[in-house]
Design a protein around this ligand. Structure first.
Ligand code: NAD
Length: 337
């Protein structure tokens, strides 16, 4: 096991299995969201926590944050009904477990939880970020996440097309959720032709062209933005992709690392997701834990563009892939080598 510390506890109030995995605290206290999800078995939740906390180490390190990687998972078994009182009990339980790390791990929202849930978690621990504005926090992380993705899109465009300007470029966005919708607004304001897609037909927005979700990833475009779920870039899909630049917020976009080599072999530039999606973590941790002001935190979010440029340019100069370069940057920050 590469992780520093993992705790698994049956919540005393909820009776649900809860996992907190700390992958690394080499750069500072670990930080990473609290996932509340249904799993066939609690061990699947444990596996998720191990994988996700490792990804948080990479995200925080590559973003230049002095935070390590951690993740909490509240596992809901098949058939267990998530009533409001069970939800409250589970959030209090996870807060208590987070508190037991004595300030070496901070939790926030993730899949299945939001800023309002963090108000409940705070009743058990102060080591929680991304609270609603009326509770002294910075609210939804989607706004800074989208700002960081926009900076990454522009940097990617500069690398691939020789200019960061998006005017006249076609951008396909797969997933019009809270981040995807904001990215659509940014790129449209920058003059791009925006084509969007979502499995939920309610998300259809007349402001943009629409493409069916099963076709979105194969639609000819200048830039493809995966903004829905992970595991979408597979060996089967790579030969059918029709955009020279792929950059978006969805976590864990590759089905496996070797897909990065296949993308590079096809001449497709892929910006590693753990770099492009870091805006929310950067903003909320710097504002709520390190107490930076809004302008300074936003400047750090926008510096994701400079990181993307450095990774893509170095990969091209050295003949490696953006994924290898990004991982090398993480390694250098963690070990100083
Ligand atoms: N919200 C953040 O601050 C943040 C930060 C970092 C990473 N991310 C990642 O970015 C992605 C989007 O996050 P979000 O907060 O916007 O989530 P969200 O749940 O608000 O939106 C996801 C959208 O994708 C759609 N979708 C699901 N499967 C799809 C498919 N196969 N094809 C097309 N659309 C599909 C959903 O209907 C939904 O509208 C997620 O992978 C998330 O983990 C989000």
């Amino acid at each position: 096991m590469e992780h520093e510390e993992v705790k698994v506890r049956r919540g005393p109030r909820s009776r649900l299995p809860i996992v907190v995995a700390i992958h690394s605290r080499a750069l500072g206290p670990a930080a990473g969201g609290i996932r509340l999800r249904r799993y066939p078995d609690w061990r699947d939740g444990l596996a998720d926590a191990l994988r996700l906390s490792e990804a948080m180490t990479a995200k925080n390190a590559a973003a230049g944050l002095d935070f390590g990687g951690g993740k909490s998972v509240i596992t809901l078994g098949p058939g267990v009904e998530l009533t409001p009182s069970l939800r409250e009990a589970a959030l209090l339980d996870v807060g208590e477990l987070i508190e037991s790390f004595g300030g070496t791990y901070f939790g926030g929202p993730d899949v299945g939880t939001g800023p309002d849930d963090m108000v409940v978690v705070r009743r058990s621990t102060s080591r929680v970020f991304c609270l609603p504005v009326e509770h002294g926090g910075t609210g939804s992380s989607s706004i800074p996440t989208a700002l960081g993705v926009f900076a990454a899109v522009r940097a990617g465009a500069r690398h691939v097309f020789g200019s960061p300007e998006l005017s006249g470029r076609t951008v396909v966005i797969s997933g019009l959720g809270s981040v995807g919708a904001l990215v659509a607004r940014h790129v449209a304001a920058a003059g791009a032709r925006v084509v969007v897609s979502d499995v939920d037909p309610v998300k259809r927005d007349s402001a943009y062209e629409w493409v069916d979700p099963e076709k979105a990833l194969r639609t000819p475009a200048d830039i493809l933005v995966p903004a829905a779920v992970g595991g979408v870039l597979s060996p089967e899909l790579v030969p059918e992709l029709a955009a020279p630049l792929i950059v978006g917020p969805a976590n864990n976009q590759l089905t496996a690392d070797p897909v990065a080599d296949e993308l590079a072999a096809r001449g497709i530039v892929w910006v590693p997701d753990f770099i492009a999606s870091a805006g929310g973590a950067v903003y909320t941790l710097l504002r709520e834990v390190e107490r930076l002001d809004e302008a300074a935190a936003n400047a750090r979010v926008e510096s994701i563009g400079a990181t993307v440029s450095a990774v893509l340019d170095t990969a091209r100069d050295k003949g490696t892939t953006p994924l290898r370069e990004a991982r090398q940057r993480v390694e250098t920050r963690l070990t100083g080598r």
